[in-house]
Design a protein around this ligand. Sequence first.
Ligand code: FEO
Length: 175
Amino acid sequence: MEINQELVDAINDQLNFELYSAFIYLSMGTWFEEQNLTGMAHWMEVQFQEEFAHAMRFYRHLTERGARVVMKQIDAPKTEWKSAHEIFADAYHHETIVTERIYKIGDMADRLGDRSTQAMLTWFYNEQTEEEANTMEIRDKLKLIGDSIPALLQLDTVLGARPPAAPVPAESTAP
Ligand code: FEO
């Protein structure tokens, strides 16, 4: 089934939005580097790599379907925050926006009867549940920590143990 151009455009936009997400997390990472919160900086760097892999899943899907990918200008991300809590609050909020965008692509795929796109999106539905849960949990822990430096440093150590990002998938529906 030939992929509908409306769907190509929406997936292409999301591909570029995932690269914007990668920029956001790298910008957050450099803020943490400056604070010497190297564990949180590491967590953000892994997230940057994950977002790149998300973009590549959409890239693979469009390529597999015979569509052309169009790279677009990526907005500059925010660079200043008041606290680690504010950063993770922003990260959680950003992930809710990503989820809404992906659900809208799913609605479009439903309307157009494109089951191939739906199959590809299934991975993202699960991934967004995890991404929202992770950022929400860290945000809430930072709220509990408040002004406690020892607790902040302990959480920094925990987040520094985040495993490396999964490699870029060879196929859009890779597990
Ligand atoms: Fe690619 Fe964090 O959603």
